[in-house]
Design a protein around this ligand. Structure first.
Ligand SMILES: *Cc1c(COP(=O)(O)O)cnc(C)c1O
Length: 448
């Protein structure tokens, strides 16, 4: 029997100590002695429990979560359906290794992935632990299936921190600096970035295609790998027509089109996948983050003929598709359906966009761009109406929010974008409370 903690955590932001509080500061000291300095924290408040969109720290502060642990807890924290499914599974068995002796939940997750990802072609999936592992495997499969080696990625892309995915990721600091040598046969082309390049979707696609054809050669390219809305790179939404034109080109040249939907997928943008907004049907889709409500699970889902071209035993891993993570994914997907969270994502996006656009008008020149889809919204900060990135403003705004007990995240190649990724169960009241704090933060930065 699982008891709800709703009554314990409450639904309102409440700051009762300075932040971080004394207990968090003490733990942070302890941490310094044993945790690698290479792993950092955005905000050093130590969490004890959570519910919905509220995190409670060890000093009793209640923080409003506008980050969802980087787009992971989309269904909210401590959702009873997920808690019950996971608890029951832990009591039954925690691990057998699917490659040794299988279990049904793995199949059910693959059935859901086949049904939810775009396209009505035959699809199969393989499950892994992390987003990076899914991306690596998608590349392995695309190379195996095509017999080609070159991979195309984009400026501002983020695909993970393992060796192959570091090579796929664009930004040097902090992800790559000093960690090379990197994997070969990765080629980077410009992304469509309407705020900075002013190109239409088809124009930006033509620019990328021309480089692929002249510098790599279509027949050498195994895959084009792209985030339909870039995450870490700055919530960059490509101009309309960019993704369809690229997808069309890959089809004409036997290149595998891989959509990395690890951040943008699973309801975040108001549809199951961000490519759905433009009717693009990828050959392969990578998923993780919002897939399993906080349990580590990732998937590669693709055309059966590509996925099944791999020799027997060619894909796998000890923990991939772990039974506890698998039932968490099933509970999370069920919750999204039952609570109609895709529509919630759209509604959240409408509220955020309306308020941010008003602030953009009011604060003339601080907010260069407001963009995103659904509950994946961001604003890009610039210096005095120019396009010069204003990372200092982003930092100041996040600090202001943190001090008020609101968790907001920075992203972007230039560190000047603030992204909002609230749990989809956030109430209008909670969301508006968070946006009030962001408004005060922006006004304070604009007046300094
Ligand atoms: C987070 C992320 C990854 C890496 O996922 P991990 O689980 O951190 O390895 C890959 N691609 C995108 C688009 C992501 O946002």
């Amino acid at each position: 029997m699982v008891t709800s903690i709703e009554s314990v955590v409450g639904t309102e932001r409440r700051v009762v100590t300075e932040l971080p509080g004394p207990k968090s500061r003490e733990l942070h000291e302890r941490r310094r002695r044993v945790v690698s300095a290479g792993v950092t924290n955005g905000f050093t408040v130590y969490i004890e429990r959570a519910d919905g969109a509220i995190l409670e720290d060890i000093d009793g502060n209640r923080l409003l979560d506008l980050g969802s642990g980087i787009a992971v807890t989309s269904i909210g924290h401590a959702v009873p359906e997920l808690v019950e499914a996971v608890s029951a599974q832990v009591a039954n068995f925690t691990h057998t290794c699917f490659m040794v002796t299988p279990y049904e939940s793995y199949i059910e997750v693959c059935e859901e992935l086949a049904a939810l990802t775009p396209g009505d072609h035959e699809k199969t999936s393989a499950l892994f632990n992390s987003g990076a592992e899914a991306v690596e495997n998608a590349i392995k499969i695309a190379r195996h299936a095509t017999g080609r080696s070159a991979i195309i990625v984009f400026d501002h892309a983020y695909h993970g921190r393992t060796n192959l995915t570091m090579a796929l990721t664009a930004k040097n600091m902090p992800y790559k600096d000093g960690f090379g040598p990197f994997a070969p046969e990765i080629y980077r082309v410009p992304m469509s970035y309407p705020f900075r390049d002013g190109l239409s979707g088809p124009e930006a696609a033509a620019r990328a295609i021309q480089l692929m054809e002249t510098q790599v050669g279509a027949k050498n390219i195994a895959a084009v790998l792209i985030e339909p809305i870039q995450g870490e790179g700055g919530f960059i939404v490509p101009a309309d027509g960019f993704l369809p034109a690229l997808s069309q080109w890959t089809r004409e040249h036997g290149v595998v089109f891989i959509a990395d939907e690890i951040q943008s997928g699973f309801g975040r943008t108001g549809s199951w996948f961000a490519v759905d907004h433009e009717g693009v049907v990828p050959d392969m889709v990578t998923t993780a983050k919002g897939l399993a409500g906080g349990m580590p699970l990732a998937g590669v889902t693709g055309r059966a003929e590509l996925m099944n071209s791999v020799h027997e035993g060619g894909l796998g891993g000890t923990y991939g598709g772990n039974p506890v993570a698998a039932v968490a994914a099933l509970a999370s997907i069920r919750t999204m359906r039952e609570r109609n969270l895709l529509a919630r994502a759209t509604h959240i996006g409408d509220i955020i966009e309306t308020r941010l656009r008003a602030l953009q008008q009011e604060l003339g020149g601080l907010i260069g761009d407001v963009r995103g889809r659904g509950a994946m919204m961001a604003f890009e900060l610039v210096v005095d109406g120019s396009k010069e990135p204003n990372a200092a403003a982003a930092k100041a705004i996040v600090n202001y929010c943190n001090n008020e007990g609101v968790i907001a995240l920075v992203c972007g190649t230039y560190g000047n974008v603030i992204r909002l990724l609230p749990p989809l169960v956030i109430t209008d009241e909670q969301l508006n409370d968070g946006l009030d704090v962001i408004t005060r933060a922006l006004r304070s930065v604009a007046s300094n």
